[in-house]
Design a binder for this molecule. Structure first.
Ligand code: SF4
Ligand code: MG
Length: 282
């Protein structure tokens, strides 16, 4: 049986203190806790600092194009439904260029776990306004402050019918591990948006900022995670300054079970040799 060490690959080269370290650690712990073997899991990433996660995770991995982690992850899952598939990226990658894929995967209920390292900025390209930057945030591309309303991923996910909507924070590894684990076990599309501070280029959305502003719904016994309208109301009231499992429903079947034209056995055989000379035969 695989251990946590089996899910560790290359040593990350993110900036010291980057929130993405915790996200990687949580993903590795979640995979080990569930009892997965590294070869049963595929981590597909987009482009950005967070996109390196597929290289650092000790599973099969695919570092795809900018904003394209979801379509690649969809293809992997539908080719072999036995696999546990995680798509991962940042707010710029997923909610900018990739937002169309996000919406369609939500409505199709593809059985993948989508992990977004949301630092409210473009980190890899050294600090530009991103789709989740708060209105008024000053960056290189908006020196007088952003004039745009930010994208609201939690609201979008719930409204599009997502059955597992959670938000984590890189300052809480234990909770984040539990949220990712729950997302990986959920049958259908799961979103875990993660406040993952960019310590180098975002001096507003810092660890201190989140410590002071975040409300943890997992600590509120009166919060009903199965009540969709309560979740929408809570997200609206708290301006998304929330952590925890916000909504969970198992009512909808995942795409590959709801559509009988998908085979239950793998389309791509697990024992296929993925050496370069075999690529054309897949
Ligand atoms: Fe992390 Fe920001 Fe450094 Fe990128 S630039 S590795 S997001 S701290
Ligand atoms: Mg970002």
């Amino acid at each position: 049986m695989a251990t946590l060490a089996d899910f560790r690959a290359e040593k990350p080269n993110w900036c010291p203190g980057c929130g993405d370290f915790t996200v990687l650690a949580a993903l590795q712990k979640a995979a080990a806790n569930i009892g997965l073997e590294p070869e049963d899991m595929v981590t597909v990433s987009g482009v950005g600092c967070s996109g390196k996660i597929s290289q650092y995770m000790g599973s099969y991995g695919f570092h795809s194009l900018h904003g394209r982690s979801i379509p690649v992850a969809t293809a992997v899952k539908l080719s072999n439904t036995d696999l546990t598939v995680v798509a991962a990226g940042g707010d710029g990658d997923g909610y900018g260029i990739g937002i169309g894929h996000f919406i369609h995967a939500l409505r199709r209920n593809i059985d993948i776990t989508y992990i977004v390292m949301d630092n409210h900025i473009y980190g890899l390209t050294t600090g530009q306004t991103s789709p989740t930057s708060d209105k008024g945030t000053k960056t290189k591309t908006a020196p007088d402050g952003s004039t745009d309303e930010p994208v609201h991923p939690l609201q979008m996910a719930i409204m599009a019918g997502c059955g597992y909507v959670a938000q984590g924070y890189s300052g809480n590894l234990k909770q984040l591990t539990e949220l990712i684990e729950g997302g990986m076990k959920h049958k259908g599309f799961s979103l875990i948006n993660i406040y993952s501070p960019c310590v180098t280029f975002n001096k507003v959305n810092t660890y201190d900022f989140y410590k002071q502003t975040l409300v943890n719904v997992d600590e509120d016994p009166s919060y009903d995670k199965t009540d969709r309208f309560a979740a929408i109301k809570k997200i609206e009231e708290c301006d998304e300054h929330l952590t925890g499992l916000l909504y969970h429903s198992t009512e909808k079947l995942p795409y590959h079970e709801a559509n009988s034209n998908f085979p239950s056995t793998p389309v791509v055989k697990a024992d296929i040799n993925l050496d370069q000379e075999n690529w054309g035969k897949l």
